[in-house]
Design a protein around this ligand. Structure first.
Ligand code: FES
Length: 120
């Protein structure tokens, strides 16, 4: 005679039975909701700026685009480029170097939309 099954011994299945399908559905939903990486258009190239890069400068370097720089920290202005289209943010706060109207510093900014820039 076997022992009666207690509530703790029962296999618990997630709601909707066949938990595997439910999990797969969630995974597909998460992929569909994942925002696409902003694209940087420069010198005829379109470069996806994925989260692995901490700045536009490093994203450009990752795509073998030659960019001027010096301090890499928002102080000198050497990485200044013209922003033709799109929006960027400065995650560490506004840089100390002068940034004119329609310009950005690539070393300390990230795109929040697709952008088009022009190098010097
Ligand atoms: S490299 Fe100096 S401000 Fe960007």
């Amino acid at each position: 005679m076997s022992k009666p099954e207690t509530p703790c011994q029962r296999e618990v299945k997630p709601p909707g039975a066949g938990g595997q399908q439910h999990g797969e559905k969630r995974q597909v939903q998460a992929q569909a909701e994942k925002p696409k990486a902003p694209v940087i258009s420069v010198e005829g190239k379109n470069i996806a700026c994925t989260g692995q890069y901490p700045s536009i400068l490093e994203c450009l370097e990752g795509a073998d685009v030659e960019v001027h720089y010096h301090c890499r920290d928002g102080f000198c202005g050497a990485c200044r480029v013209i922003l033709h289209r799109g929006q960027v943010i400065y995650p560490q706060g506004e840089p100390l170097a002068f940034v004119g109207e329609g310009e950005i510093l690539t070393c300390c900014s990230l795109p929040v939309t697709d952008i088009q820039i022009e190098l010097d």
